[in-house]
Structures are given as structure tokens and as C-alpha cells.
Design a protein around this ligand. Structure first.
Ligand code: AMP
Ligand code: ZN
Length: 113
């Protein structure tokens, strides 16, 4: 198993875990792009958005719900935040394990790409 995020799930790579349940885990990004930068992932190894099936759709809703809860906990629900899922090489995905970024705590650029 050489997937970085699977190793975080397995506790083999240390990370600052902020939330976990049987399906998802959330931790602080090691190279934050904003004052608040969290990564929310499914525990199951799904390589990217293109690998999602119909049955996985509730899982995506769950990831968004957890991200919203963490935004509240981190104090950025009112000021605003951004959820990002990069997919594939040109989408800027570096870690091939599906993940959602939660970014906030500063004014984010209105340029998306
Ligand atoms: P992406 O470019 O969408 O694949 O984002 C991958 C993210 O994972 C980047 O923001 C990295 O900083 C972050 N990352 C990589 N390794 C770790 C790690 N060991 N702990 C926390 N975040 C990580
Ligand atoms: Zn993985």
C-alpha cells in the first residue's frame, strides 16, 4: 500500500486528525494554502472523482456535510470558505486518493484556475 492517504487512514503516517467516523477522515493539510486548510477523504481508496459509482453518491454528500461541520468548528462558516475536489493531472490532483479541500480564513481569489 503506497498511497499516502491510505497510510494516514491506517495511522502509519502521522497527521492532525480533526474528525473521523467509519467512512471518512479529516486532517490538516501539511502544506496549507490558507489559514484554514483541511483535507476530507473517504477511508476507502477511491482514486478520483472519475472512479465514483452511483452507490458512492451518498458518500460525497457525507464528505460535504462533514466539511460544513468542520467549517463551523474552525470558525469560518460565517466568513466563508471553499470546497475543492481536484480530479486528474490537468485538474491539479497530486494525491491519487479522492479528497476534498476545505479552504478559508482569508479572502480567496476569484480566479478558479
Ligand atoms: P491535490 O493537489 O488536490 O492532490 O492535493 C493533495 C493535498 O494533500 C496537498 O494540498 C498536500 O499538501 C496534501 N498532503 C500531501 N501529503 C500530506 C500529508 N502527509 N498530510 C497532510 N496533507 C498532505
Ligand atoms: Zn488511498
Amino acid at each position: 500500500m503506497n498511497c499516502i492517504f491510505c497510510q494516514i487512514v491506517a495511522g502509519k503516517i502521522p497527521s492532525e486528525i480533526l474528525y473521523q467516523d467509519e467512512k471518512v477522515i479529516a486532517f490538516r493539510d501539511i502544506n496549507p494554502q490558507a489559514p484554514i486548510h483541511l483535507v476530507i477523504i473517504p477511508k476507502r481508496h477511491i482514486p478520483s472523482l472519475t472512479h465514483l459509482s452511483e452507490e458512492d453518491l451518498p458518500l460525497i454528500g457525507h464528505l460535504v456535510n462533514i466539511a460544513n461541520q468542520l467549517a463551523k468548528k474552525e470558525g469560518i462558516a460565517e466568513s466563508g470558505y471553499r470546497l475543492v475536489i481536484n480530479c486528474g493531472k490537468q485538474g491539479g490532483q497530486l494525491v491519487p486518493h479522492l479528497h476534498m479541500h476545505l479552504l478559508g480564513g482569508r479572502q480567496l481569489s476569484d480566479i478558479l484556475g
